[in-house]
Design a protein around this ligand. Structure first.
Ligand code: F6P
Length: 343
C-alpha cells in the first residue's frame, strides 16, 4: 500500500485519460494504493495543485480526449527553486512514487528528478511517435487516422478542381505521422524532417505526374520538414520552456512555391491541433490502458527511473535515460516503401 502520484505533461494526446483510469483502477483495486493527481503537469507538482483520484471520479473517462488532470509545458528546471518545490510537494503529500506521463520534455524532467532522488516511473506519450525505447506511443495511431481521413477528403476535392493539395501534419523532429498518413492516404510526395526536400524536385514530380494524365496531386508535409537550401523552419520564433520553436506554416510557403513554379492551382491545409483532439482509437485506448497498468505495477515494484514501453506486442520496461538519448526518427525502410507510390 502506497501513495502514488500521477501527472500528464507536454502537449495533450488522445489516450491520456485511459492511462489515468488504468493507473487508478489497478492501483486501488489490486495494489490497495491511494492515488493523487497533479494538475497541469509539472506546474501542479511545483505549486501543490492536486486532486485525489478515486474509482468514482475516473469513471467514464476511457474514450474522452485530452486529460482530466490538465497539462502544461512547465519545466521545473527552468524555474527558480522549481525542483525543490516539486520535492516539497511530494513530501507534504506523502507521495511514495510518481508516474509521469509525457513525451521527451516531461520524461526528460522525470529522468533528471530520478537522478536527483525522486522515485519516478515514465509513460511514453506523444502523437509524434518520436520517443525511443518503445515501438509506438499511444496517441500516434489516432493522429494518423485523423490525418488519413483528412487526406481522403482532400482527395475528392483535389480531383474535382484539378488542384495540388498540400497537407501539413504535426511532427517536429520526425515524420512518423506524415509517412503513415501519407502512405494510408496515397500521397504523391511525403516531406519529412529526416530528409531535406528540394522544392524543384517536388514540382518536377508533380509535372511528370500531370503530364502522364493525372490532374491533381496530394503532398503531405511534416511541420518540421526543412528545404534542402538550409533555410530555417518557419514559425513565429516563440519558444516554450523547453526551448522548442513554435512550428506550423510550412504548407503556406509550399502552396505558393508549387503554384508559382508549376502553374497548377494549389491549396494548403494545416491540420494542426485537430490531430491531438477527440476520442482515441480503439488501438490507442488499449495501448494506453496497458501502459497505465504496467506503470502502476512498475511503481509498486519500485522500478524507478524506468519507462513502460511496447516491444513488438509485449509491454516492457526500459531505462528513461536510454529512451531519451535521442529522438526516434523515421525508419528509412518505411520511407522507401512510401516512395514506391510517389508521383
Ligand atoms: O507534442 C508534440 C507536438 O504535437 C508537435 O508535433 C507540435 O510541434 C507541438 O506538439 C505543438 O504543440 P503546442 O502547440 O501545444 O505547443
Amino acid at each position: 500500500m502506497a501513495r502514488v502520484g500521477i501527472l500528464t505533461g507536454g502537449g495533450d494526446c488522445p489516450g491520456l485519460n485511459a492511462v489515468i483510469r488504468a493507473v487508478v483502477r489497478k492501483g486501488i483495486r489490486e495494489h490497495g494504493h491511494s492515488l493523487l493527481g497533479f494538475r497541469h503537469g509539472w506546474a501542479g507538482a511545483m505549486g501543490g495543485e492536486t486532486v485525489e483520484l478515486t474509482l468514482e471520479n475516473t469513471r467514464g473517462i476511457l474514450p474522452r480526449g485530452g486529460t482530466i488532470l490538465g497539462t502544461s509545458r512547465t519545466n521545473p528546471y527552468k524555474d527558480d527553486g522549481g525542483v525543490e518545490r516539486v520535492k516539497a510537494t511530494l513530501a507534504a503529500e506523502g507521495v511514495d512514487a510518481l508516474i509521469a506521463v509525457g513525451g521527451e520534455d516531461t520524461l526528460g524532467v522525470a529522468q533528471r528528478l530520478h537522478d536527483d532522488g525522486v522515485p519516478v516511473v515514465g509513460v511514453p506519450k506523444t502523437i509524434d511517435n518520436d520517443l525511443n525505447g518503445t515501438d509506438f506511443t499511444f496517441g500516434f495511431q489516432t493522429a494518423v487516422q485523423i490525418a488519413t481521413d483528412a487526406i481522403d477528403r482532400l482527395h475528392t476535392t483535389a480531383e474535382s478542381h484539378n488542384r495540388v493539395m498540400v497537407v501539413e501534419v504535426m511532427g517536429r523532429h520526425a515524420g512518423w505521422i506524415a509517412c503513415y498518413s501519407g502512405m494510408a492516404g496515397g500521397a504523391d510526395a511525403i516531406l519529412v524532417p529526416e530528409r531535406a526536400f528540394d522544392v524543384d524536385e517536388v514540382c518536377e514530380r508533380i509535372r511528370r505526374r500531370h503530364r502522364a494524365g493525372r490532374t491533381f496531386s496530394i503532398i503531405v508535409v511534416s511541420e518540421g520538414a526543412v528545404p534542402r537550401d538550409g533555410s530555417e523552419p518557419r514559425g513565429d520564433r516563440q519558444t516554450d520552456a523547453f526551448g522548442h520553436v513554435r512550428l506550423g506554416g510550412i504548407a503556406v510557403e509550399l502552396e505558393g512555391q508549387i503554384e508559382e513554379r508549376t502553374g497548377y492551382e494549389s491549396r494548403m491545409t494545416i491540420l494542426g491541433h485537430v490531430q491531438r483532439g477527440g476520442t482515441p482509437t480503439a488501438y490507442d485506448r488499449v495501448l494506453a490502458t496497458r501502459f497505465g497498468v504496467a506503470a502502476i505495477d512498475a511503481a509498486s515494484d519500485g522500478a524507478f527511473g524506468q519507462m513502460v514501453a511496447l516491444h513488438g506486442t509485449d509491454i516492457a520496461r526500459v531505462g528513461l535515460e536510454d529512451a531519451l538519448r535521442e529522438p526516434k526518427v523515421l525508419d528509412p525502410e518505411l520511407y522507401e516503401t512510401a516512395e514506391v507510390f510517389f508521383g
